[in-house]
Structures are given as C-alpha cells and as structure tokens.
Write a protein that binds this ligand. Structure first.
Ligand SMILES: [Zn+2]
Length: 143
C-alpha cells in the first residue's frame, strides 16, 4: 500500500502487515504512523488523492468556526483510536480558509464537513459535527 509520510509528504510503499511494526519513512526516517491528524495543503492533499492507496478521512474546517473547534478533539481521538487498529486509514485536516482551492474543488459549502476518499474518489460525506461514537461508527463503515 502506498502511504504518505505525515512529515515530509514522501510516498512510501508499505505492506499492510508491516504497519504493526512502526514503519519509518524511507525519505526522512520519521515514523509513518503518528496517531494524529495530518494538516495538509491543497497540493499535498491532491497528491494524496492521486497517489495514496489509503482511506482518507478529511475534516474540512476553519479557524473561525465554533463547531469546528468543538469537533477537533473528537477528530483527534478518533484518529488515534482508529489508526491504532486500522493503520490503512489516514486522518487529514484541511483549513478551508487557507486552502480555498481544494475546498472549492471538493464543493465544501458548510463546515465542518467530513468526507471519506478512497482511490482518489469521494465515497461519502457528512456536514456538521458528530460525537466520537457516531463519528467512529461512520468511519468504520468504510474501512
Ligand atoms: Zn518522510
């Protein structure tokens, strides 16, 4: 499976069973799994869509959005819990205020919007925050 390094954005080919043994990036030698959401720019996200074979769970948010701030810890907790169990899932945050190009491309009309992408295609989205249980259940239906 091709996975993106959260530190340098480098692409790595990692066998799924190797994810259990804390794989390192072949480019920058840092850990590929951090248990944390990855903040991405439009360019980085486009590359992830084009190249990564992982399930990408994206939180489209903005700093001025109250519900987004309230949802942020839920997203982080879900990232930590689900990544530990399903390392093929990546949690990504996109700041729609900074990254307007990708927000427009993905037709983000309200925030927070949570979307799931597989093989470069959006397969599901939900607008509005959820609690941790609901959010994890929703993500896991796509794993
Ligand atoms: Zn790296």
């Amino acid at each position: 499976m091709i996975t993106l390094c959260p530190h340098c954005g480098g692409l790595n080919r990692v066998a799924v069973e190797k994810f259990k043994s804390n794989p390192k990036c072949g480019h920058c030698k840092q850990a590929l799994l951090t248990g944390k959401p990855i903040e991405m720019s439009s360019a980085q996200f486009q590359r992830a869509l084009d190249k990564s074979e992982q399930l990408l769970v994206v939180d489209f948010w903005a700093p001025w959005c109250g519900p987004c701030q309230m949802f942020a810890p839920t997203f982080s907790n879900a990232a930590q819990q689900i990544e530990a169990q399903y390392p093929q899932v990546r949690f990504i945050k996109i700041n729609t205020e900074q990254e307007q190009a990708i927000a427009a491309q993905c037709h983000i009309r309200s925030i927070p919007t949570l979307a799931v992408f597989k093989n470069g295609q959006e397969i599901d989205r939900i607008s509005g925050a959820m609690d941790l249980t609901q959010f994890k259940q929703w993500v896991l239906t796509h794993v």
